[in-house]
Design a protein around this ligand. Structure first.
Ligand code: ATP
Length: 506
């Protein structure tokens, strides 16, 4: 990881933010190449979601529109979503469902005889508790347990606690005393009334615009709304380079569907998202799909909650994995909450039956863009002692920040104008690099380290017969082609690699 971080800085992918002031923990800046790489991943996601969304189970393309919502929203948004808790109210999160609970609102049924202790909202009726006990395969008799408020339970015992919306113990985080949201004040006075928050996720901006999108476009359930943008979390321990930072980017899509189709769509989106990560170059060995087993799925289908994760083996998680994307079934939770808190109806009316009004259920593929960039870099990082750089980045051509470099063999007058001519031609279609100075070995080394798939070299033969040398990054194999054909060559290579990526994805 140290080598990867060093290469990112040396070659201009990622720098510590405010570097000249000694940085700021949890914040990073993207340099010239990191920005290109991030844009390539962002654009590939936008294309899969909004421009060419996949074919649905009926063989026709599904419908998804994009939005770009404000980072600061009415603070009531975060009360409705559950992100604002009172300052003195510690919150626990469920790692599985992403739901957040006031610690003092949860009651746990403890027992010496059971290794699982179910938790409930303090207002849960005994009949509800018994139903859940049955579902967990436990004796459905409340009197066999002791009811203890979660605040009274040592955190070490949380391993035994089964959160209110899950089936397995150990998903509740330790209580957090402070809110992860950054706040600011809107307007001239810094008073409580003017307090607002930087969004901790892009998802809520989508729910806030559900009605606007319905009223202004021709979408019909099932459909999706997609958004890419910055999110902010005052993480307690930002770490592992850009994996967990305090400012990061997310790519989220909320898929609104009929409640009885939610499980089917969750499976659909899970498969599509795995294909996406494969298509941008993540090898299947380093990626795992943590899908709930059939039993769990049945449970979630009933209760409408649960997340399947796509995880990646980062160098710092190896042999374990770190979450790259979660595909969550959010039920009708968010729309219902916003309907209640805003007083605005957020129902959908079935156009074929206006008596059928309902709040759609939501499947949410939520990915980290910046975390994805880190996965791409880790996956591409290839040690090769046989070359001067000792390492190259094996990006797919589509993700590579530069598709080709144009290198005049010497900075002498005849080579440079030809290189400039080729550069001006190629850059109309592809991001390419013109690199004139230094010996050719050093320039190849630089292109290897930034992951450029092709180098075109102009030498004396170019002047004589109009041919140039092409060097392929991974094999270092060289061939000569006519300079007139360089654009066609690059087009064909990009086309072939695109085809290969699609095959890998399938
Ligand atoms: P984690 O458990 O790692 O804190 P999360 O489960 O809370 O993440 P979500 O709220 O589901 O994350 O956000 C969706 C995606 O956003 C994550 O899969 C991850 O890729 C990305 N993400 C979340 N928090 C961060 C962060 N602090 N830095 C970078 N990316 C993040």
């Amino acid at each position: 990881m140290k080598d990867i971080v060093a290469l990112c800085k040396r070659r201009g992918f990622i720098f510590p933010a405010s570097d000249i002031y000694g940085g700021l923990n949890g914040f990073w800046d993207y340099g010239p190449l990191g920005t290109e790489l991030k844009n390539n991943l962002r654009d590939a996601w936008w294309k899969q979601m909004v421009i060419t969304p996949p074919l649905g189970p009926d063989g026709t393309p599904v419908e998804i529109v994009g939005i770009d919502s404000s980072i600061i929203q009415n603070p009531k948004t975060w009360e409705a979503s559950g992100h604002v808790g009172g300052f003195s109210d510690p919150m626990v999160d469920c790692k599985e469902t992403k739901r957040r609970y006031r610690q003092d609102h949860l009651i746990v049924l403890t027992s010496d005889k059971a290794d699982r202790w179910p938790a409930f909202h303090e207002e849960a009726e005994d009949s509800e508790i018994e139903k859940k006990l049955k579902k967990l395969g436990m004796p459905a008799d409340v009197s066999l347990f002791e009811k203890v408020n979660l605040t009274k339970l040592p955190v070490a015992d949380y391993e035994k606690v089964v959160g209110p919306d899950v089936k397995e113990p150990g998903t509740l985080t330790e209580p957090k005393e402070f809110n992860l949201m950054f706040h600011t004040y809107v307007g001239a006075t810094a008073s409580e009334d003017n307090k607002a928050y930087l969004r901790p996720e892009t998802a809520q901006g989508i729910f806030l615009n559900f009605k606007n999108v319905l009223d202004s476009s021709r979408v019909k359930v099932p459909f999706g709304i997609a958004q890419i943008g910055k999110a902010y979390r005052n993480e307690v321990t930002p770490r592992n380079f850009i994996f967990r930072s305090r400012e990061f980017e997310q790519m989220e899509m909320e898929w609104f569907c009929a409640p009885d189709e939610a499980k089917m769509w969750q499976d659909f989106w899970f498969d599509e998202r795995v294909k996406f990560w494969r298509s941008v170059g993540l090898g299947s060995d380093n990626m795992v799909m943590r899908k709930h087993d059939a039993d769990e799925l049945a449970h979630y289908a009933k209760e409408g909650l649960g997340t399947s994760d796509i995880e990646y083996k980062f160098p710092f998680t190896d042999p374990g994995y770190g979450e790259l994307e979660g595909i969550a079934h959010r039920c009708d939770f968010d729309l219902k909450q916003h309907q209640e808190h805003s007083g605005t109806k957020l129902e959908y009316m079935d156009p074929t039956d206006n008596k059928n009004r309902f709040i759609p259920h939501v499947i949410e593929p939520a990915a980290g863009l910046t975390r994805g960039v880190l996965a791409l870099i880790c996956e591409a990082y290839t040690v090769d002692e046989s070359r001067p750089s000792g390492v190259y980045l094996n990006f797919t051509p589509a993700m590579a920040p530069k598709k080709a470099a144009i290198l005049p063999l010497t900075a002498k007058d005849e080579h440079v104008p030809l290189a400039q001519k080729l550069y001006l031609e190629l850059r109309e279609e592809f991001p390419v690099d013109l690199d004139i100075k230094q010996n050719i070995g050093k320039r190849y080394a630089r292109q290897d380290e930034i992951g450029t798939p092709y180098c075109f070299t102009i030498d004396n033969d170019t002047i004589e017969d109009g041919t140039i040398t092409v060097r392929e990054r991974n094999t270092m194999a060289q061939e000569r082609i006519s300079m007139d054909k360089a654009l066609d060559y690059l087009r064909e290579k990009m086309r072939l690699s695109g085809e290969e990526a699609r095959k890998k994805a399938a």
